[in-house]
Design a protein around this ligand. Structure first.
Ligand code: SF4
Ligand code: SF4
Length: 293
């Protein structure tokens, strides 16, 4: 199945590969906390929802994020998308995330807004996100089987209650599905990220990942992004092998009959900036640090 480009995504470099050479994104690292613990994540690094390991050079407050966007746009006017992808989970930091979006929406009414979340706390904010004009969202959902999820998540925290094992995975899955439904009902373009974890969700020819694709199709998801696990030292999944390119390609091909597949993801940092093919987070790290000081 080919990704058909809907009008909202013409200038989004991740949802529209054609735009990735001319339209850029800036990720605002305003969300340090997370409400779950994935077995592949080391909190010293960025959220692998949307990133490869590598510390963000600063965490910004909402007013600092606005200043940062202004300065970045001076240097990189090709940016069309402002996203929040960590370094924790945007909706585990709702005050910071919503305030940041409010300020930027006011200053830059035409900017596309994009959020990436594990989905746990997303359902209660879908109205706020739609009202703020968030046009694109990503939910990382690597399995729709709680028995598999029990092996992926060490814990899930909802308010003051911490869940573990299958109960944790069941709760997270129910919120992920509700989040996707809520976002789609409000007209957002939705991407599902699924981390490809050898031996965890790749058994039976990748059947668990195909089940994710089937569910995504059922919910009207616009795009699926199978991201190879980046085994991070010091995490339970640090000992797993990184899936090979051929394996991931075959999985994408198989799932592509169900839902359009992203093939150009760069596993960007939570403070990524610039074109996908020309990240400038190193070069503009000084601007970020200055705004966060
Ligand atoms: Fe880490 Fe992201 Fe998982 Fe939270 S959702 S534990 S930040 S990978
Ligand atoms: Fe786009 Fe992938 Fe980078 Fe996210 S991590 S901004 S989906 S290229």
């Amino acid at each position: 199945m080919n990704a058909s480009i809907d009008p909202r995504s013409v200038k989004h470099p991740c949802f529209n590969k054609e735009a990735s050479g001319s339209c850029g994104r800036v990720h605002l690292p305003v969300a340090p906390k997370c409400n779950i613990q994935c077995n592949y994540c080391n909190r010293k690094y960025d959220c692998v929802n949307e990133s490869r390991p590598g510390v963000t050079s600063a965490v910004l407050k909402p007013f600092q994020a606005l200043e940062y966007v202004k300065r970045v746009l001076d240097k990189e006017p090709r940016i069309t998308v402002v996203g929040i992808a960590g370094p924790g989970d945007p909706m585990a930091n709702p005050a910071e995330t919503l305030e940041t979006m409010r300020r930027i929406r006011e200053a830059f009414p035409h900017m596309l807004f994009c959020l990436s979340s594990n989905g746990l706390a997303m359902p209660e904010y879908v109205d706020d996100l739609a009202a703020l004009g968030v046009s694109h969202a990503t939910i990382t959902m690597s399995t729709v089987d709680p028995a598999i999820g029990a092996g992926i998540y060490a814990w899930v925290r909802d308010g003051n209650v911490v869940y573990r094992g299958q109960a944790a995975a069941e709760l997270l899955l129910s919120r992920q599905l509700a989040a996707i439904e809520g976002l789609k009902a409000r007209g957002l373009a939705v991407k599902v990220n699924a981390i490809v974890m050898p031996g965890v969700n790749t058994q039976d020819g990748g059947a668990p990942l195909m089940a994710v694709a089937a569910k995504a199709r059922e919910l009207g998801v616009d795009l699926m992004n199978m991201m190879p696990l980046f085994p991070t030292e010091g995490t339970p999944f640090g000992v797993l092998a990184e899936p090979g390119k051929d394996e991931v390609r075959a999985l994408r091909e198989a799932a592509g009959s169900l839902v359009p597949q992203m093939t150009h993801c760069r596993r960007c940092r939570a403070d990524a900036v610039g074109l996908l093919c020309g990240d400038r987070s190193g070069e503009l790290g000084g601007v970020l640090a200055a705004c966060g000081a």
